[in-house]
Design a protein around this ligand. Structure first.
Ligand code: MIG
Length: 724
């Protein structure tokens, strides 16, 4: 094997000839490789087809990372199979979800990233309590070891390797409403009107698969959406962004342009005989575009013109594992087998028959039956399986670079690979309206942030099964602290819009969403600050309190930026919860209406705090500031922010950097932003307030006033107003 040092403390170990996945952006051509026989931390074994790494776990070793996976925040005690899979039932025993992010941290020891685009199995103390065993079915991969004891430094180095996280437009921090499906323009308009009439803030409404004509990608069903252009315009005037879904499967239909072009140019994945591979998904029989081929990406990317010409810059890519309902030949074969059983007496065979039909979906064999034509040669999908979602997003983004080069876009994908966080993001897939999935949401949010997906989120209220009003409320409260704040539910399930229950519930929901909008200046500023520092925006406590043993065990509280801690209620019928407050004092804000400051100083340790259904527990860290916008907004860009309220808990000194830009372009990269440093210092009689603008900036802030509301350790408030 070969070895090369890079960045500050990273070593790349190269085995064989790895496929160039695109995960690492750092130039690897200029690396100085030397031969080596050894790996630090690990012992390893290999034969011609399998490579196994072993790490001896001490009782106190904690493992974090692995991005989109189930299991605890600490990944010990479970087996994970990183192989992109469309699994709509996220039960605890499941080993695979939609993406692969093979990056992890062994606390206080080192970090690891395996750049290999097909299945990797991480058995982290599952089979053997004290062994982490990693199995790669290949001898061609890159292994990066981050030799540092500092978790944050490891994450930074991983992000230097794989790229700075993607930045969505500012409106994407607003509330987003989704449903599979709002079937037509009329329904979407009604939903939009409801939001405005009820004055519940909302920025986006999603369009799920039913907007297409017979599920044909890049078409619009004119019966359901007559005069689509006008509809988009009307929605835009009301401040709504539309987010159409885009699935990869192209319907096989004579005369359908996407199909005809793809077929003629040879843009679809091929079977072993060189014919276009046929799979069945929503549109029926389809072909899969070969996104691993740069020419195909160019073609696909330009198709978005249909939408970008109308001013739609927000999309979600689904089914890109790729998900396969069944392959026609496999179904035929199965039906034939069943048919042959007609004259037999069936006993226990029944169970085989029963499971047989289900087993036809996403069957592992299918992925060995179609091929990609990459710049590095021909590969089966099985060999590169985890890259399809990433390359579909890359096709989309390459299209945007041509069509809308100066617009920031919202792009969610279901499947992803390491490095995907650089160009777009993901949502967490098909969760359920289960209380258990709120905890899953939090853990995944934290693990994904550690893997560079700073802007992400789960389906608020749960996607599958019916939600109770209490669950939706509690989840909406959790969602306030989730960068992607999207309520989504599946076909046939109970509706989850703010007004779907009764008036009382609606009023509570409205207040929750209003709080989210008030918090946007804080979220947006801290998001940019996190990007600049390359440290997770939403983070587990242990990243901040590394000397505090207890903080490592806390999986249901988390930091949002640097000043705020969330401790959502995620249990049914709870009237409160225990909260662990590490190290310093905290200002506890019992929030039901953000305009009321119902605050109290709490000492470090464990507290039981009460939280009625309409109350959100919010914690401001000692010597920290948050900023709010109190002005009522129907959507994020409705009005420029002229006044912010700085709420702080200051016993010594606190600082906050307020960030502002146009929120929709990349001009911030050329210095077109305003950064305002706000400092509050305690003195003998009260506080000193300082506001510092960076004059070199090429952007004029819209801020006119900053109001301060600062609390000391005795819960006494000092107010002050500063004009800019
Ligand atoms: O087979 O487009 O995860 O968000 O609503 C289901 C319909 C396909 C799965 C996605 C979900 C979406 C749904 N899709």
């Amino acid at each position: 094997m070969l070895k090369a040092n890079l960045l500050n403390f990273t070593t790349l170990y190269r085995f064989g000839t790895p496929f160039e996945t695109d995960a690492v952006t750092l130039d690897k051509k200029s690396l100085n490789f030397t031969e080596t026989e050894q790996l630090p931390f690990f012992s390893f074994e290999k034969n011609d087809t399998i490579f196994t790494l072993k790490f001896q776990l001490n009782e106190e070793d904690r493992i974090y990372g692995l991005g989109q996976t189930l299991g605890g925040l600490n990944k010990r005690g479970k087996r994970y199979k990183l192989y992109a899979t469309d699994d709509p039932l996220h039960t605890p025993e499941k080993e695979s979800l939609y993406g692969s992010h093979p990056f992890l941290i062994v606390n206080n020891k080192f970090g690891l990233f395996i750049d290999y685009p097909s299945e990797i199995i991480f058995d982290i103390g599952f089979t053997k309590h004290d062994i982490m065993e990693i199995t790669i079915p290949s001898n061609n991969f890159d292994l990066y070891i981050f030799n540092s004891q500092n978790n944050i430094e490891i994450i930074k180095e991983y992000l230097k390797l794989t790229g700075t996280p993607y930045i969505p437009p500012k409106w994407a921090f607003g509330y987003q409403q989704c449903r599979w499906s709002y079937p037509d323009a009329k329904t979407i308009k009604e939903v939009a009107e409801n939001f405005r009439k009820k004055e519940i803030p909302c920025d986006a409404i999603y369009m799920d698969i039913d907007y297409m004509k017979d599920f044909k990608v890049f078409t619009i069903d004119e019966n359901k959406f007559p005069d689509f252009d006008k509809f988009v315009k009307e929605m835009k005037e009301k401040g709504f962004k539309l987010v159409p879904i885009v699935d990869p499967g192209v319907k096989i239909e004579k005369g359908y342009d996407v199909y005809e072009e793809g077929k003629e140019k040879g843009y679809f994945c091929k079977d072993k005989d060189g014919k276009d591979f046929v799979a069945t998904v929503w549109p029926g029989f389809t072909h899969f575009p070969d996104f691993l081929n740069p020419e195909v990406r160019k073609w696909w990317g330009r198709k978005y013109k249909l939408f970008t010409d109308l001013g739609i810059y927000s999309f979600w890519n689904d089914m890109n594992e790729p998900s396969i309902f069944f392959v026609p030949d496999a179904l035929k074969k199965y039906l034939k087998e069943i048919n042959e059983m007609l004259n037999k007496e069936i006993g226990l065979e029944f169970f085989g028959i029963k499971d047989g039909i289900n087993a036809l979906s996403n069957k592992r064999e299918y992925y060995s039956e179609f091929y990609h034509n990459t710049p590095y040669g021909k590969f089966s999908n099985e060999e590169l399986h985890n890259l399809y979602g990433y390359y579909m997003a890359k096709a989309t983004v390459e299209g945007f670079n041509e069509l809308i080069p100066d617009k920031r876009y919202l792009l969610l994908s279901r499947s992803s690979y390491a490095g995907h966080h650089r160009i777009a993001t993901i949502w967490m897939g098909d969760n359920m309206s289960w209380w258990e999935h709120m905890l899953v949401n939090i853990r995944m949010l934290l693990s994904l942030n550690m893997a560079g997906f700073f802007y992400t989120g789960a389906d608020i209220g749960g996607f599958g099964s019916n939600a109770s009003p209490e669950l939706v409320i509690r989840w909406m409260q959790l969602g306030v602290f989730s960068p992607l704040y999207r309520n989504h539910s599946a076909l046939g399930t109970r509706h989850q819009e703010p007004w779907a229950f009764d008036e009382n519930i609606e009023n509570i929901m409205k207040k929750i969403i209003e709080f989210r909008y008030a918090l946007i200046p804080y979220l947006y500023s801290e998001f940019f600050n996190s990007i600049e520092e390359l440290t997770p925006f939403i983070s587990p406590l242990f990243l901040h309190y590394n000397d505090d043993e207890t903080s490592f065990e806390i999986e249901d509280q988390f930091m949002v930026g640097k000043s705020l801690m969330a401790a959502p209620i995620i249990q049914p019928n709870a009237k409160g919860r225990f909260v662990y407050l590490p190290e310093n004092k905290w200002l506890y804000w019992k929030l039901s209406d953000f305009k009321e400051r119902n605050v109290e100083v709490l000492t470090p340790g464990t507290h039981y705090i009460k939280a009625g259904l309409n109350e959100i527990p919010v914690f401001i860290k000692e010597n920290s500031l948050i900023v709010l916008n109190e002005e009522k907004l129907n959507y994020v860009d409705e009005k420029a922010t002229e006044e912010i309220i700085v709420i702080g808990f200051v016993t010594d000194k606190a600082e906050f950097v307020y960030f502002e830009d146009d929120g929709e372009s990349f001009a911030f990269k050329e210095g077109k932003y305003a950064k305002i440093k706000i400092t509050v210092i305690k003195n003998k009689n009260g506080y000193d307030f300082e506001v510092e603008k960076d004059e070199s900036e090429k952007f004029e802030t819209s801020l006119k006033r900053i109001k301060f509301e600062i609390y000391n350790e005795n819960n006494e408030k000092v107010v002050f107003t500063l004009s800019l």
